[in-house]
Design a protein around this ligand. Structure first.
Ligand SMILES: Cc1cc2nc3c(=O)[nH]c(=O)nc-3n(C[C@H](O)[C@H](O)[C@H](O)COP(=O)(O)OP(=O)(O)OC[C@H]3O[C@@H](n4cnc5c(N)ncnc54)[C@H](O)[C@@H]3O)c2cc1C
Length: 305
């Protein structure tokens, strides 16, 4: 049995820690911030491969994570995962690159609320970040230790798993890692239909998604290149633009509750790589929830080699 130190308490770090524990390892989690102050806490948290690569590995991890999330939705209500029906707009009828990760994908023809003529529809797990991160934390055998790591070599333990998201740019000196800022506004449901997501990401400068949660609705979004690794304050002008986009598409939401901002850690490829006693596990882009369990299982098999 190894003593494994996981750095990071976002969805990737916590899922990795729980997966390692299930495989019989002794695990400690160190993190600069509590889970509720991470990018993972700001996510829409729907199963959907976005701004992430490479396709073959992503499809494999997304399929595995999807099966795990669907089982949680069925059996563990306190894990904060539900199954919703997603409608994702498309320009043409070519199957999306992530189609191999899912069964039951269907083409919907005809005008969509934001102007598209086609959309793909499918069932997908959707997490409530506060509940899901809290549930993952509750599964840890030892409390999260709040501590910033400045050098990976200084971290004790037989093995160290680096799950620092955008923080890996500095910690691992990885200049291929870039932040894509995302901001959403959380509203009361009003007249928005429950149990659904509507998404139109065809034009990233005017993207719209509307995601139903148990007691609120997420309106997003954006994907803006951002310099730095510190999550900024929400932009009020962006909030107004998001609400306007949703209203223009006919979503009659209720009262505004709060904003959420995060930095998606985007890289040409998600990094799952062992270098000595360090295993890098970061770069999940806009798909941390979509992939975490699948890539965490790969981390566990890396340790067996
Ligand atoms: C608006 C928005 C919507 C999104 N929607 C979705 C979606 O619908 N579906 C989906 O799958 N994904 C979505 N994402 C993407 C998803 O949020 C990310 O892929 C995911 O959060 C990355 O998780 P992570 O654990 O790698 O990083 P983070 O959540 O950023 O966690 C990194 C952790 O590392 C710690 N850390 C960093 N540096 C150090 C250091 N030096 N020392 C110690 N600790 C450190 C941090 O404190 C933190 O605990 C969305 C993102 C945004 C912003």
């Amino acid at each position: 049995m190894n003593e494994v130190v996981v750095i990071g308490a976002g969805v990737v770090g916590l899922t990795t820690a729980v997966t390692l524990q299930e495989a019989g390892h002794r695990v400690r989690v160190l993190s600069a911030e509590r889970p509720e102050r991470t990018t993972s806490a700001a996510a829409g948290a729907v199963w959907y491969p976005f701004a992430v690569g490479p396709p073959e590995a992503v499809n494999r991890w997304a399929r595995a994570a999807r099966a795990w999330l669907l089982a949680l939705a069925r059996d563990v209500p306190e894990a904060g995962v539900d199954v919703i029906t997603v409608r994702e707009c498309a320009d043409d009828a070519r199957r999306p690159w992530w189609a191999e990760a899912i069964e039951g994908l269907r083409l919907v023809e005809g005008p969509q609320p934001s102007g598209a003529r086609l959309a793909w529809e499918f069932e997908a797990p959707r997490a409530e970040p506060a509940l899901h991160l809290g549930w993952l934390e509750s599964r840890l055998e030892r409390p999260i230790e709040i501590r910033r790591v400045d050098r990976l070599d200084d971290v004790p333990g037989d093995l160290v798993v680096n799950c620092t998201g955008i923080g890996a740019r500095r910690l691992a000196g990885d200049t291929s890692l870039r932040a894509l800022l995302g901001q959403t506004v959380l509203v009361e449901p009003g007249a928005v239909e429950p149990g659904k997501m509507y998404g139109d990401e065809r034009d990233l400068s005017a993207m719209l998604y509307v995601i139903s949660r148990r007691a609120e609705v997420v309106i997003g979004g954006c994907a803006l290149p951002f310099d730095g690794d510190v999550i900024p304050q929400p932009d009020p002008a962006l909030r107004a633009a998001l609400l306007e986009r949703a209203r223009a598409a006919g979503f009659r939401h209720g009262r505004v509750l709060r904003d959420a901002v995060g930095l998606r850690p985007v890289r040409p490829e998600v990094r799952v790589e062992r270098v000595g006693r360090i295993i890098h596990h970061y770069g999940h882009g806009g798909a941390g929830y979509t992939l975490a369990r699948g890539s965490a299982e790969e981390v566990v098999s890396t340790l067996r080699r």
